[in-house]
Design a protein around this ligand. Sequence first.
Ligand SMILES: NC(=O)c1ccc[n+]([C@@H]2O[C@H](COP(=O)([O-])OP(=O)(O)OC[C@H]3O[C@@H](n4cnc5c(N)ncnc54)[C@H](O)[C@@H]3O)[C@@H](O)[C@H]2O)c1
Ligand SMILES: O=C(O)[C@H](O)COP(=O)(O)O
Length: 336
Amino acid sequence: MRQAQAERFVVGITDHMIPPPDLEAAVLDGIAEVDFLDCRREEDLDPERLARLDALLVWSTRIGPATVERLKRCRIVVRFGVGYDRVDVAALEAAGIPFCNNPDYGTEEVADHAVALILSLQRRLWEHDARARSYGATWQANTLTPLRRSTAATVGVVGVGRIGTAVVNRLKGFGHRILGYDPQQPAGHEKAVGYRRVRRLADLLADSDIVTFHCPLNAETRGLLDDRMLAAMKPGAILVNTARGELFAGLDPLERALRSGHLAAVGTDVLPVEPPAPHPLLDAWRSREAWLAGRLVVTPHNAFHSDEAAIEMRRNAAETVRLFLEDGTLRNRIRD
Ligand SMILES: NC(=O)c1ccc[n+]([C@@H]2O[C@H](COP(=O)([O-])OP(=O)(O)OC[C@H]3O[C@@H](n4cnc5c(N)ncnc54)[C@H](O)[C@@H]3O)[C@@H](O)[C@H]2O)c1
Ligand SMILES: O=C(O)[C@H](O)COP(=O)(O)O
């Protein structure tokens, strides 16, 4: 009986940050077999293999209407990550397939990463490391550029959800004045978490020395950071983005804001195109052009990563599938 049940379901995994998918297979053991599709490009997904899946776990592969149509018997799609901007949730809904994300695996890691970017740019660690490397008689004098005390800085948090809240909790210890903009959080959230609520994003931008982004990428936030928004930021401000690269309206506005000196520095874990396409800003960063020295820090979309978070991510996502296949429980469902 047990064996018969074991062969009942087939769970596909599009691709993976850490193959082989043995952890997922262990979580699903006794209920489903795992079919590792090992495919990052949506157009390369094999229609025949898609057609026999009862459930699909997704990492980086885009899931658009053509794929949804090929999920002939699939009953649930689950994303390993938090952000689901590459999944067409509306198309899944129209096909009657529920979609769930995985919100509780790397919150602390991303918050640490954002705060690490904030502190390193505020203390100009990268710039001073470069200067100190060329030490001579003026070794310390070289690094005595003006720095502002943390307690003097106002930090604006855009999106005060799980990660934004974890960032606020960390920043409180540094004595910053903290502003938050999140139109979807209920009244009183600011009091419970400990930030000052701002009703208009423009007001937060105008009043913050440091702005850190933790909102999802959606129709409202795509391309949010254009020339106009960047101009609305305080002159000499620091911008940090650990959310999504497509919040930037491309890299041109960012380059203009950095070249003009309007923005002091940018720290980002995400880029509009990943892996990055050639761009003059990234060329200047890679070749360490003097005007940009220490003012642009880029990490390769690894803010979420720790060994612990990777295991949680994989286990939680597979458990979401298991729960559903076992008794129809839907956890972390996202609706369009
Ligand atoms: N770099 C990484 O490794 C990494 C890892 C995990 C998540 N992320 C990104 O971080 C985002 C946030 O993650 P989370 O776990 O905090 O999600 P969350 O859903 O808990 O919080 C997002 C918050 O943003 C708010 N929001 C929605 N639209 C907004 C808008 N237009 N302006 C301001 N706020 C808005 C929501 O109300 C919510 O409170 C994810 O959507 C994902 O894109 C990145
Ligand atoms: O949203 C997330 O959980 C992380 O950013 C990792 O997912 P990604 O593949 O969408 O970047």
